[in-house]
Design a protein around this ligand. Structure first.
Ligand code: HSE
Length: 295
């Protein structure tokens, strides 16, 4: 009647795949405890580690849970406890972890009536109140695991992509505020054809690189000519971080989701640790606080 789950952090976009590509982290995430109650309805009873709303219609975890609950119409209710390790507004899928976690756990407690695609649809309802639009590039990897490509949101179609075994990610979260809604508002509505060509060639080759374990091709594909030129201006020292992580051996780097976190992919853990040092050496010289992760 009770389940404790780990709900992973995720990196959306993966440089070239704005709103479609994402991957999940296997060691960084929130914990949640979900419990069946005789009283009907959805209630958030505990939030540790972040200042988030308890009201059922305002918290992404309960909004997502309610979408599932109203569809399933079970003979019981659920209480949700959230233990946040992922800082809201960090760009590594904090709201998606809460949204995906609550629907995953309730589905387990109900005997798994829904598949991952249906769960993603429910979780998108919660994500929408956090970011102002329904996109699934953080939720899909949190629920499916590994790398995912959201082929379409309406109807929802998620493709699972393979993850090369030695792939590690390093993330630095400079603690400045970048709102997803603002980071979306600054993007141009139209892009030059030449940039579109570069971008879809990168998305295609990145997907091919994941399927063939081709780290060189993966490295060549980790570029974003559409979104990064605009959003990088919101992240102090972004260009120096990118230059330094490449020198430290990373395959490539980019903005994690809508920022301000920056991610870099590396071929092994040792390189990923060196990349973490390169990232921290830049922010250590500034008055910006930061957290780094290797996963
Ligand atoms: N794809 C989304 C964006 C992810 O970049 O705006 C952030 O929620």
């Amino acid at each position: 009647n009770e389940i404790k789950i780990f709900s992973p952090a995720t990196v959306a976009n993966v440089a070239c795949g704005f709103d479609v590509l994402g991957f999940c982290l296997d060691t960084i995430g929130d914990e949640m405890v979900i419990r069946k109650t005789t009283e009907k309805g959805i209630k958030i009873t505990k939030i540790v580690g972040a200042d988030l709303p308890f009201e059922t219609d305002k918290n992404v975890a309960s909004v997502s849970a309610l979408a599932l609950y109203n569809d399933a119409n079970p003979d019981c209710g659920f209480e949700i406890e959230i233990y946040k390790n992922i800082k809201p507004g960090s760009g590594i899928g904090s709201s998606s972890a809460s949204a995906a976690g609550s629907v995953f756990a309730i589905n387990e407690l109900l005997g798994r009536p829904y598949n991952q695609t249906q769960l993603t649809n429910f979780a998108m309802k919660g994500e929408a109140i956090a970011s102002g639009c329904e996109h699934a590039d953080n939720i899909a990897p949190a629920l499916f695991g590994g790398f995912t490509l959201v082929k379409s949101t309406s109807p929802l179609q998620v493709l699972q992509l393979p993850t090369p075994e030695d792939l590690f990610v390093t993330i630095i979260h400079p603690q400045i505020e970048v709102k997803t809604s603002e980071a979306r508002a600054i993007l141009p509505k139209q892009i030059p054809l030449q940039n579109a060509i570069t971008q879809w060639s990168n998305v295609g080759s990145l997907v091919h690189a994941l399927h063939t374990n081709d780290y060189n091709l993966l490295s060549q594909s980790l570029n974003d000519v559409v979104v990064e030129p605009y959003r990088s201006q919101l992240i102090p020292h972004f260009d120096s971080v990118k230059t330094e992580v490449i020198k430290a051996g990373a395959l490539g780097a980019g903005i994690s989701g809508s920022g301000p976190s920056i991610f870099a992919l590396s071929k092994n853990k040792n390189t990923a640790e060196n990349v973490a040092k390169a990232m921290t050496s830049i922010y250590a010289k500034t008055d910006i606080n930061y957290i780094t992760y290797v996963s």
